[in-house]
Design a protein around this ligand. Sequence first.
Ligand code: C5P
Length: 224
Amino acid sequence: SNVPIIAIDGPSGSGKGTLCQTLARHFGWHLLDSGALYRLTGMAADRHGIALNDELAVAELAKNLDVQFVPGADGEPTLVLLEGDDVSGELRTEKTGLLASKVAVLGAVRDALLQRQRDFAQLPGLVADGRDMGTVVFTDAPLKIFLTASAEERAERRYKQLKSKGDNVNLATLLMEIQARDKRDSERELAPLKPAADAIQLDSSGLGIEEVFERVLAEAKIRL
Ligand code: C5P
């Protein structure tokens, strides 16, 4: 297709989320937060009492996700409604991340979300945030970034992020949860977390948001 796409993959806490938002705003492009789709699917299963390993039932939920993204006025964050309920807070918790990584191992669920994700590729362009954007969903993306950072640094960033939202979190627990989720994401059979062959690998440890953004911008000038 003729839609320019920047595919950004990496583990949780690598700074992908912020980077993608900054890039999307900079270019005036659409943003796909693919993790949110897996999170919402996990939450929907939890709500409906569907076992997280009931592949067909969870895939059915994924196909029919009743989600609305309501942009906040005056720089307020976007509200996320699942089946009409505001789940914006719950969406980002590590508990939800765990639900997401459990339903994300299911092939039928990944298939169910594939077209929904590809539909985000609209002019003038798309910044896609996830684990398999470069390897599965947008294999033709002209710019692919694989963003990493040490587990400790990622846990600390997540800690600050959750703490600032008023979550009562513990750093050591968070580190363990993040490592467990990374392991599940990296070792799964389908669309495991790994850099695409043509991805640029970037380690954000010790780098500020601004520095990471500038580096990606420099690559964008070359590749897009
Ligand atoms: O990026 P985020 O932390 O929101 O993703 C939550 C979980 O959803 C990940 O740990 C992973 O298991 C799953 N996921 C995925 N493929 C994507 C995005 C997220 O499997 N493209």
